[in-house]
Each structure stands twice: as structure tokens, then as C-alpha cells.
Design a protein around this ligand. Sequence first.
Ligand code: ZN
Length: 495
Amino acid sequence: MKHALDFYLKQRRKIVALNYVGFVISWDMETDAAEQSITADSEQVAVVSEMSYRLLTDPEFENAVSVLYENRSSLDEVLKHEIEDAYKRVRDTKKIPQDEYTAYSELTSKAYPVYVKAKTENNFELFRPYLEKIVEFCRKQTKWLETDELKGYDVLLDQYEPHYTQAKYDAFFNALRKRLVPFVKEVTAKPAAVPDWAKQNFPADKQREFCEYLRDVMLFDKTRGIMKQSEHPFTSGFGTDDVRITNHYYENKFDSSIFSCIHETGHALYEQQCDKSLNGTLSGGGASLGLHESQSRFYENIVGRCRAFWSVHFTKLKSIFEEQLKDVTLDEFLAYINTAERSFIRTEADELTYPLHVMLRYEIEQKIIKGELEVKDLPAYWNDKFKEYFGITPLNDAVGVLQDVHWAYGNFGYFPTYALGSAIASQLYHYMNKDFDVEQSLKEGTTAKINEWLKERVHKYGSSKYPDEILRLATGEDFNPDYYIDYLINKYAKV
Ligand code: ZN
């Protein structure tokens, strides 16, 4: 046991160090690296991830994990969880035949550029053979990795959000389908027009200036994190003291950078506010994709689109865009940032219609993995379902079935976490309001009180507990989608 623990801790140092190398290279590739350098950089990433893979599958490491797993009751809570996780990871890695694994890695790396071309040229047929092979692998994967508890699509869902199975997601999406679909149809019956003032030019450097202000409002610690620019905004972190976010500035769509900044800073706060003792372990960072997204969406939508927040910060925004916003009132601005409309693209969807985009993908993935839907029939199926939920038919596959990259990477089971995150945010909001008046607290000028509450109830645990466990600790109950649907219906009935 003592020997196993020593070996585990020694090997963990190496794994963490390699994770750091991977983190820095990917960050550089997404931000500063020259276009032509990407191919060479990808090779280094591949070598580093192969080294990590070897450390994880090293027989001595596997043996140490097994011994610790057998004796886990004698470990402290954090290490016990980490060992359970490592045990599962080692077990699953071994279940996938090595030749299949290698062939699949090659397949997905080849599929990506083909996917990009297919989307650009609006040609699903180009991507179809690749997607068919990816689906074939994912279906096999559900067989290789199945356990007594997890079968079929549940196997894939569990990889992204532990313990959230189809039974849980079905209850969630059924509630959305029943209560939200008719409501959305009603609210979005009249097409919304973008006001003229919002179509003006908003210089990128001024947008950046306002985003810097927002990061201060949210108390992002700039001595432990940076913000740069990239094509798609994202957050990436290594421990509590190196948290990096990016943003993108569209001069003809100024609100995009504002909400991306609030969203990514929400992710960043989760990373910065984990307990420092988790640094250097495999228990730092967010507990899951869904829980991470609940934090970013909490700040972006619940905080960032509410009246109390803008009643304090709108003056600052106006002072930076003096010319563009001189005749715009707070009411007009709030109406604009809270408009709900029928649109094709998930990533650009508003707060109200967003979960329906995710629901569509969830249903399709379920059918595909079960073998009830084949890849060749995907575009037509997508369009029919889209019409059913949104009342409009995508103009083409580029804005329909081809819009998201996830399937090209083989990420079946990922999508539902996006909607789950928003729903968890509403549940947390409900309970936070029992402790203090959340909107009122924003009038103090910063998000200090909110940050503190989330730190104590969610952030500090890092990934040392399962996401459903953290939610139960924070709110005293299991995931309950009603808070989310009530929140949306309440809010948009008023708007
Ligand atoms: Zn996010």
C-alpha cells in the first residue's frame, strides 16, 4: 500500500507535468502561433499525448491504482475520488482494442478537414463516409465499455457527465418539449428586427476596453490569468493560478464580445476559485462539462442579461461608445440583449431557444447510437425535426446538420451537457436567492457576493467530487429541470 501510494504520487507528478505541456502548446496554437506552424505543432501535441497515454497504461501504474482502489476506504476523501476515477479510466482504456483505437484516432484527424470543406461547400455527401465510420466506432464503443449499470448511449453520456443517464436527460428534455416548445412558438411568432443603433460600427479596441472593465466587475484575478484573442472564445486553465481566456471582437456585432467575455470569465472564476490544495493533483479544475457550463451560463445569462446588472454598468458602456449609444436608453438596450427569435445556429441562439437546439441533437444521437437512424438519412431527419420544434426549415445543410464540429471529432454524448449547464444554473440561482437577494447584490457594483457563494458551494471542490454530488451539496436536492423552465417562462413572459 505504501509502495503503491509512493509510486502513484511519483507518476502523477509526471502526468501533471505532461498535462501542463499539452495545455501550453494548445493555448499557443489557438492564440499566437502562425498559421503555417500548426501542422508541426500538432505533431508535438501528438507526441506529448502519447507519452501521457503510456504513463496511464504503464503496468506498474495500473498495479498501483488497483492496490489503492482495493484499499480506498483508508484514503482521504479527495484521493479516494481521484483513485476511483483513475481506476475507471485505466479499465476503460484497456477495453478498447489497440488497433481499433489507433485506426479511430487516424480517422478523426482525417475527418476534421473534410468536415470543414463539407460545411464550407454545403456538401453533406463529402462528409458522409467519414461520419458513417465514426458512428460505427461509437456504436462499437458502447459494447466495449458497457457495464452492469451503463449500456448503449448511456456509456457515451457518462464520459462527458458522470451519472447523467438517458433516464435523467429524458425527463429533462421531455419537460422542455412539453412546456417550452409551445411557449417558444408563441413568443417568437413575430420576427425580431435588430435595431439600427446596434448595426453601427463598434471599434474592436473599445470593445476590448469594456471587456477589461467587465473582468474587473467580476473580480477575475488578473495576476493569475490573462485574456487574449482567438477565432472562437474559450477558457483554458492549469490549476488556480494560470487561467486563460480568449475573446473575439466583431465590429458590427458588439454584444457578442460582451457576452463571450462574461461567459468565459464565468468559466475562469470556477478555475480560479478551486481550492488551492488541489493544484498539482488530478482533482483540480471543473467537475464536469455540464457543471462548468452552469457557471459560465450563470454569469452570462442570469447575471449578464438582468436589469440590476446593467442599471450599474450601462453608463460605463455608454461612456465608451459615446457616439453609437448616445440615444439608446437602458430599456432599449435590455430589450435588445433579451430578444428571442427563431434561428438556425445553436451557438448564436438566444437564452430562450438555446435548449431546443440541444434537445434536437440529443434525440438524433439517441436514434443514431441505437441504430434507429442512419447517417445517410440525417439531413432530412434534421430538417423535419427542426421544422417541428422551431417552425422553420434550415436553408441548407451548412446551417443545418453540418453546423457543429462535435460529430467530426466523434463527440457523441457531449451536446446534452450544454443544456444541462443552463438548467443547473437556474437551480443554483433559486437556492442562492434564498440566501440573499441576487439582483440587489449586483447594485454594489461587483459580483463579489455571487462569487463567494459559488466558491463555497461549487468551485472549491474542483473535480474532487462527482457533479451530481456537488449539486446536491449546493442545493440540497437532485437535478430538477423545473427551475430552469420556470425561470425561462417567467422571464420571457415579461419580455
Ligand atoms: Zn462555455
